[in-house]
Design a protein around this ligand. Structure first.
Ligand SMILES: [Zn+2]
Length: 622
C-alpha cells in the first residue's frame, strides 16, 4: 500500500518541498460564488464532465481496459494508441470535482472505471491497453507510454487526495517501479513529456524519493539546445518545463532554475499571443520562430494555454512572485477559457485570433466549409475529436480551478489571494470571503470571518495590469501593481479590505517583429482581452476595420453571453483607402466610412454560430 496520507485535495503538494515559497489550498476548501468562474466551473461539472465521458465511452476508451476479460470476450481495442490518457484525465477531472461537490452517482462511475483500469494492469505492474509484451517500452519516440503513465499517476493522486481511494495509487507505484526497473539505465525517454511532473507529484504523495530521482533521470535525457528557448511542439515543451520546475521546487539547484528562467523569458518575450496562447505554427503544433504569431492561421492549441497555466502555477509556488500569478490570471481568462463553449461541453483545438468565416468553393475538390479552411482541424468548438487531449485537459483544469484562487505561505499561516473571483476559502484557521464582480468590476471586498490567532498576513496580489489604485483599510496604501501586498496584523472577525482596481479599456500595441500586428491595437480591460465579432458588428468588414482606441466605453450586459462587459466605440472601414490591390504610395482611394463598433471578451467568441472575428485591428489615424 502507498504510504503517507495527504487527506487534502491540493492540486500540487509542496508543503514539504524545501524550495517552494507557497503551498496550495485544497480544492475542497474553496467555494466559488456566482460570477464568471463559478459559472464556467459549474458548466464544466454539469455538462462538460458527464458528456465527455459519454462520448469517450461510446468510442471504446473505457472498454479498452476490459479487453480480454471472460465477461467481454468480443471487445477489440479502439481509438488512438494514447487514448488511455483521456480516461485518466477524465478521472482526474472527476476527482477534483468530487473534492468540492460530493456526488454519489459520479463517485460510483469513477469507482467502476477504476475497477476497469486495475483489471488491465499486467502482473508485473505494466499498464497500457495498447501494448503487449514484447512491445512494451520499446519505442518511446512515438508510443506515448510514459505520457499515459504520467496521466495515470496524476489521476491516482487526485483520487486519493479528493476521495481517499488509494487503489489507483497502488497501481501507479507498481507501474512506476516497472518503468524505473526498465529505464533507469540507458538513454530512453518519452518524446511527449508529462511523466516528469507526475513522478515528482507521486514522490510528494508517497514520500518516496525514488520517483523524483526517476523524473530527474528522464528529464536529464532531453537536449534543449544551446539557447534555452522554447522550440518545437508547444505542449510538449511546456509540460517539460512544468517537470523541470517541479524538480527545481524540490532540489533548488541553480542550473535548473537558470534554464527555467531562460525558458520563461522566451515564452513571454517572443512566443506568446496577446491572449496568453502559445504555439503559432500548425506544422508540428509548434512554437515556430520567435515572433512567429500569425492570427488567422494560429494553431494556439487549447492544451498550450492549459500548459501555460500549469507552468505559471508551479512558478508561483516556487517563488511567490506576482508576475507568475499575473500570467496565470491572464492565460486563464483568455487563452484557456476561449477553448470551451459557454455550455461547457464543446472545445476548440486551435484558437485563432482572427477568423474570416467566408464560404469557399473549390472546383477541383469537395467544397469546404469556412471553418475547415485554415488547417486539418475545424475552427469550431466540437463535442469530440478522436485526439481528445484538449477537452480532457479543459475538464480537469476547470474542475480544479478553485484550488488556484488562494495559496498558503509554506512556513507561516499567511493566506495569499492569487485570483480575484467571488468565493470563500476556509483553510488553516482562516475563513475569508471575496465579494466582487471581477473581472467585470475591479472592486474586490475581502472580508475576514475568521483568522488564526496572533499576527498573520493576508497577502493580496495587486495585478500588474492595473494603474494607480485605491485601497481602503489599514496598510492598503502600499499597494503596488505587479506585486503581492502583505497586510500583517491581528485580524478580527468582520475586518475587511477593499481593493478598487481601476479597469479602463486599454489599447495594446505589439512588437513590430510580429508582422501581422504592425500598426494594430488590441483592446484589454482588466485581465480580459476583447475581440470584434461579426454577430455584434454585422455591417462591418473586420478585415480592414480601424479603431479609435480612445473612444471605447464600458457597458455591462448581463443578458449577453452568460453575462459580459461589452466595449463600445468608434472606428472606420476603408481607412487608408481601398482600391487597386497595389498602387503607388499616396495614390489615395475612397474616403473611410465611419462605423460604430462593439467588442466582446475574446473567450466568448464563436458561441453564436460562425461569424468573422478579430482581436487585432488597425489603429485609426485621422
Ligand atoms: Zn490538445
Amino acid at each position: 500500500m502507498a504510504t503517507a496520507a495527504s487527506g487534502a485535495s491540493v492540486v500540487t503538494r509542496t508543503d514539504a518541498s524545501a524550495h517552494a515559497r507557497l503551498r496550495a489550498v485544497p480544492v475542497g476548501d474553496v467555494t466559488l460564488h456566482d460570477g464568471l468562474w463559478q459559472r464556467r466551473v459549474a458548466a464544466n461539472r454539469e455538462h462538460g464532465i458527464p458528456r465527455l465521458l459519454e462520448r469517450m465511452d461510446s468510442r471504446g476508451a473505457v472498454d479498452n481496459f476490459r479487453i480480454g476479460r471472460p465477461a467481454t470476450p468480443d471487445l477489440v481495442r479502439r481509438g488512438y494508441w494514447f487514448s488511455d490518457s483521456d480516461v485518466y484525465k477524465w478521472l482526474e477531472a472527476a476527482a477534483w470535482s468530487l473534492a468540492g461537490h460530493p456526488d454519489p452517482g459520479l463517485a460510483e462511475v469513477v469507482s467502476h472505471i477504476v475497477d476497469a483500469v486495475l483489471g488491465a494492469q499486467d502482473a508485473d505492474g505494466y499498464l497500457n491497453t495498447n501494448f503487449r509484451a514484447p512491445l512494451r517500452l520499446r519505442d518511446l519516440g512515438w508510443s506515448h507510454e510514459l505520457y499515459c503513465a504520467g496521466h495515470l499517476f496524476q489521476a491516482a493522486i487526485a483520487l486519493r487526495r479528493a476521495t481517499g481511494d488509494e487503489r489507483l495509487l497502488d497501481a501507479s507505484t507498481r507501474f512506476a517501479t516497472f518503468i524505473d526497473d526498465h529505464l533507469r539505465d540507458g538513454n530512453d525517454t518519452d518524446s511527449h513529456p508529462g511523466v516528469e511532473m507526475a513522478l515528482v507529484e507521486l514522490s510528494r504523495e508517497t514520500e518516496d524519493e525514488r520517483w523524483r530521482e526517476l523524473a530527474a533521470t528522464l528529464s536529464g535525457r532531453v537536449d534543449l539546445g544551446e539557447d534555452s528557448r522554447l522550440w518545437g511542439h508547444a505542449v510538449r515543451s511546456l509540460y517539460f518545463a512544468c517537470g523541470l520546475t517541479d524538480l527545481a521546487i524540490e532540489t533548488g539547484d541553480a542550473a535548473r532554475v537558470a534554464t527555467i528562467d531562460a525558458l520563461w523569458s522566451s515564452l513571454l518575450e517572443e512566443r506568446s499571443y496577446v491572449t496568453g496562447a502559445v504555439g503559432g505554427r500548425w506544422i508540428g503544433e509548434s512554437f515556430g520562430r520567435p515572433y512567429e504569431l500569425p492570427n488567422e492561421a494560429a494553431y494556439a492549441e487549447t492544451c498550450g494555454g492549459v500548459a501555460v497555466a500549469m507552468w505559471a502555477w508551479r512558478q508561483l509556488l516556487r517563488t511567490g512572485d506576482a508576475a507568475f500569478a499575473d500570467q496565470l490570471e491572464h492565460v486563464l481568462h483568455n487563452a484557456v477559457l476561449a477553448g470551451v463553449s459557454l455550455e461547457g461541453d464543446e472545445w476548440f483545438y486551435a484558437n485563432p485570433l482572427a477568423f474570416a468565416a467566408l464560404q469557399e468553393h473549390d472546383p477541383w475538390g469537395a467544397d469546404r466549409l469556412a471553418e475547415d479552411m485554415a488547417g486539418p482541424f475545424p475552427l469550431r468548438r466540437r463535442p469530440w475529436r478522436d485526439v481528445a487531449c484538449c477537452p480532457t485537459n479543459m475538464v480537469r483544469l476547470l474542475a480544479s480551478l478553485p484550488g488556484y484562487v488562494y495559496a498558503f505561505d509554506r512556513e507561516r499561516d499567511d493566506l495569499w489571494i492569487n485570483l480575484f473571483t467571488a468565493s470563500t476559502v476556509e483553510h488553516g484557521g482562516w475563513r475569508v470571503t471575496q465579494r466582487t464582480d471581477y473581472p467585470w468590476n475591479g472592486r474586490v471586498e475581502i472580508v475576514v470571518d475568521q483568522a488564526p490567532r496572533g499576527s498573520r498576513a493576508l497577502v493580496l496580489r495587486v495585478p500588474g495590469w492595473c494603474r494607480p489604485l485605491a485601497g481602503s483599510g489599514d496598510g492598503a496604501d502600499a499597494l503596488e501593481p505587479g506585486t503581492y501586498s502583505v497586510l500583517r496584523r491581528t485580524w478580527k472577525p468582520g475586518d475587511s479590505v477593499v481593493l478598487d482596481l481601476q479597469m479602463e479599456p486599454e489599447a495594446l500595441v505589439c512588437d513590430p517583429r510580429v508582422v501581422e500586428n504592425r500598426g494594430a491595437v488590441a483592446l484589454r480591460r482588466g485581465p480580459v482581452v476583447f475581440c470584434f465579432e461579426g454577430a455584434d458588428n454585422p455591417d462591418v468588414d473586420l478585415r480592414d476595420v480601424a479603431v479609435d482606441p480612445g473612444s471605447f466605453t464600458v457597458e455591462e450586459q448581463s443578458d449577453l453571453l452568460d453575462g459580459v462587459v461589452v466595449l463600445r466605440g468608434k472606428g472606420a472601414t476603408g481607412a487608408g483607402g481601398r482600391g487597386p490591390l497595389y498602387r503607388p504610395v499616396g495614390a489615395g482611394g475612397p474616403p473611410p466610412v465611419p462605423v460604430a463598433l462593439a467588442a466582446i471578451p475574446y473567450y466568448a467568441w464563436a458561441n453564436r454560430g460562425l461569424h468573422p472575428m478579430t482581436v487585432w485591428a488597425r489603429e485609426h489615424v485621422r
